[in-house]
Design a protein around this ligand. Structure first.
Ligand code: C2O
Ligand code: CU
Length: 503
């Protein structure tokens, strides 16, 4: 590949004008895909098979590290990572395996790991104060649970989340289907968004009131697999599986693959009937999309992958560069669907949904909300408690996970009997986008703003546009207190967070 093909216009890679004064980011480094079967480039894992059981055991250490986030020509960036990198090690296991992870905390503050999207026992869910005690500096905590569902999942702290994720703590957990689908390679793209200051270091100022009351902490450097300028080397004719994971604090990605029209195969780990898309593939914070993509380009061709979600700020996030050798023959049939996960199908016949109205934020209509049983005006909530959002007129939890304090005393948003069908209407009564995420369950999205969805997707996160409504349902078959919150981490920290109780 010629050198000039690796060159970017740096305005293309970085987002926004604030980034223009950053160091040289002109070189494009093609990073090997994390293709399985071959060596897992750049992914350091510490792994052992448990002799007695089918447990897959990993060690993860959360702590400060330095990585070449801005490219090899720039100074390394100080981050917080798992095992010294961001994203952290790729954990992989087979459906039905047990996963055991020893988390050691080398940060100077408490942490936990939440297994985003995994349906697991409540005690393993990783929410400090709600499902476990925070893991203190120097301590080790072992997570252990069976993997019921195959798919693309991820892990991240649930303590001081906006800062801990904003500094790099997150990683991916791939649970393999019993049989390998018909693809040539399996590639992982972890999408992240960083706010880098003029000096090239991650900017402080987490939990800024402006970020909390608007779209969250938007960054100015977007990365794939923790590096600026990561791309995909492709062979003409192959069919790849591309797993996309959005680990950003706040940025919604809408990826366009130039001339390629991939099939959406799964969302949030759960298979959908294969759907060919030419428009942007949208991923809100927390969400995953598995694509199958036929590499229809010619040998040596290159294509830009653009993030067009915020149309006025569209930019190129990566490049698809075709090799000049060994083209394969394109498959002539569409992929068959991935096997469904064992998620119970809710039946809402005769049920009325319970409404969760999401309120507040900048330019919103919220004048105040109930806090500990007392109506409090929004100014006081913001100034004294850092709260700018409410659900159904209440601040569901005063103590966000910023301090990893006890959630005790907060009342659940809703309670369900074990085995009951939960039917919720999520109503975005704000001017902002909110990816609402539920722990412990995979829900069916039945309707969007009143319109029935014929084949309801199964997800753990649903992105609500301003004014939008979504009806979701799930069988409450997993006992415990389960978080329900916006995955814009600055919104989560400022009132858009509660829990449901299943008992
Ligand atoms: Cu990834 Cu409470 O979430
Ligand atoms: Cu939100």
């Amino acid at each position: 590949m010629a050198d000039d093909q690796r060159k970017w216009d740096r305005r293309d890679v970085l987002l926004g004008a604030g980034a223009a004064s950053l160091g040289v980011i002109t070189s494009y480094a093609v990073v090997q895909s994390l293709s399985r079967g071959s060596s897992k480039d750049g992914v350091k894992t510490s792994i052992a098979e448990d002799q007695q059981s089918s447990a897959k055991i990993y060690d993860l250490t959360a702590g400060p590290a330095e990585i070449p986030l801005l490219g090899a020509e720039s100074d390394p960036t100080a981050i917080w990572g798992y095992n010294g990198d961001a994203p952290g090690p790729l954990l992989s296991a087979r459906q039905g395996d047990e996963l055991a992870v020893n988390l050691t905390n080398r940060l100077d503050q408490p942490t936990t790991i939440h297994w985003h999207g995994i349906r697991l026992p409540n005690a393993m869910d990783g929410v400090p104060g709600l499902t476990q005690a925070p893991v203190q500096p120097g301590e080790t905590f072992t997570y252990r649970f069976p993997l019921e569902d195959a798919g693309t999942f991820w892990y991240h702290p649930h303590a001081n989340s906006a800062e801990q994720l904003g500094r790099g703590l997150s990683g991916v957990l791939i649970v393999e289907e019993p049989e390998q689908p018909d693809v040539d390679r399996d590639i992982l793209w972890v999408l992240d968004d960083w706010r880098i200051g003029e000096n090239g270091v991650i900017a402080d100022g987490f939990y800024a009131l402006h970020d909390m009351s608007h779209a969250g902490r938007m960054g100015n450097v977007a990365t794939i697999n923790g590096r600026v300028g990561t791309g995909l080397r492709a062979f003409a004719g192959e069919r790849i599986r591309l797993r996309l994971v959005n680990v950003a604090n706040a940025r919604v990605f809408g990826l366009q693959f130039d001339d390629h029209a991939p099939w959406v195969m799964a969302m949030d780990g759960h298979p959908v009937s294969p759907t060919k898309v030419s428009g942007p593939v949208t991923l809100a914070p927390g969400e995953r999309v598995d694509l199958f993509m036929d590499m229809t380009g010619d040998p040596k061709a290159s294509f830009r992958v653009r993030d067009v979600h915020y149309a006025r700020f569209a930019y190129t996030i990566g490049l698809i560069q075709y090799e000049d050798e060994s083209p394969k023959t394109l498959r002539d049939s569409a992929p068959s669907p991935l096997p469904a996960n064992p998620v119970a199908v809710p039946d809402v016949t005769g049920l009325e949904p319970q409404t969760f109205a999401i309120q507040g934020g900048a330019m919103g209509r919220l004048g105040g909300a109930e806090l500990n049983g007392e109506y409090t005006d929004l100014r006081t909530l913001a100034r004294e408690h850092g709260i700018v959002w409410a659900i159904n007129g209440k601040v569901p939890m005063l103590k966000s996970d910023m301090s990893a304090k006890d959630y005790g005393g907060s009342a659940p948003l809703a309670e369900f009997k074990l085995g009951e069908t939960a039917y919720l209407r999520l109503k975005n009564d704000t001017r902002w986008e909110h990816p609402m995420h539920l722990h412990g369950f995979a829900f069916h999205i039945l309707k969007r703003s009143g319109a029935e969805i014929t084949t309801p997707p199964i997800r753990d996160t649903v992105l609500l546009a301003p004014g939008e409504e979504a009806d979701i349902a799930f069988v409450a078959d997993n006992p415990g207190d389960w978080m329900f919150h916006c995955h814009v981490l600055e919104h989560q920290a400022s009132g858009m967070m509660g829990f449901i109780r299943v008992s």
